[in-house]
Design a protein around this ligand. Structure first.
Ligand code: MG
Length: 225
């Protein structure tokens, strides 16, 4: 069998499992978010700031994907949300079966909003459905303003783009308008937030929007396929 066929079959099996997870989570009234970015864009810090602000209003749980270590899970637990760490031991993205196994370790009855922090990578996570309701890509001013143009699939399959580290703008050559323009050229429906997890800029608007999303009753399916 040609290699491309094998890859398609693995993706198809993942898709089936992800659809099942999506149905299970929806049936339990849990809203789920697949959080993706390049390494160091600030996914974990965004989760810390978000949980600190919303934990009194919303029951948030987190599944932390990392190739190695439990450092990020420890940070999220300290911020006040139950967390399960997945270590992929080299794999560059999370797959639906990893999520299914991790969910067995969470008291889902309590959970209203589930974040899945994917492996830091702008390529592979974009093609793997985890059964999430929403895909969010985080970019940051320290990583260069060419990411939407270079990794279009990630921006085409996400519903939200968060531009983080606004506080660094005076020190880096980063054109926010260009990033917005190139990202919306790929995906005109992209919801965009500009924030700084360091200064708190933009976090009120983001958290208000997230609260509305988490309390929404009917979610239209946003499968990546
Ligand atoms: Mg992280």
């Amino acid at each position: 069998m040609p290699k491309v066929m094998i890859a398609q079959n693995i993706l198809a099996a993942n898709e089936t499992l992800a659809q099942g997870l999506r149905q299970d989570l929806t049936a339990q009234d849990i809203h789920s978010i697949n959080l993706m970015s390049a390494p160091g864009a600030g996914k974990t810090t965004l989760l810390e700031r978000t949980i600190e602000r919303l934990r009194e209003q919303l029951n948030i749980a987190v599944i932390e994907g990392d190739i190695e270590t439990s450092a990020d899970a420890e940070r999220i637990e300290a911020a006040g949300a139950p967390t399960v760490q997945i270590n992929t031991r080299g794999a560059c993205h999370l797959e639906a079966h990893m999520l299914r196994d991790a969910l067995a370790n969470i008291n889902l009855v309590w959970v209203q909003l589930l974040f899945v922090e994917n492996i830091g990578n702008l390529v592979c996570p974009s093609t793997w459905d985890l059964g999430e309701d929403l895909r969010i890509v985080v970019v940051s001013t320290s990583e260069g303003d060419d990411k939407p143009a270079k990794y279009p699939q990630m921006f085409a399959t996400s519903q939200v783009m968060i531009i983080n580290k606004l506080d660094l703008l005076p020190f880096v050559d980063y054109d926010v308008a260009k990033v917005r323009r190139e990202a919306t050229a790929i995906n005109p429906h992209l919801q965009i937030f500009e924030i700084s997890c360091r200064t708190g800029e933009g976090l009120n608007e983001w958290c208000e929007w997230l609260l509305t999303f988490a309390r929404q009753r009917d979610l239209s399916p946003t499968s990546s396929s």
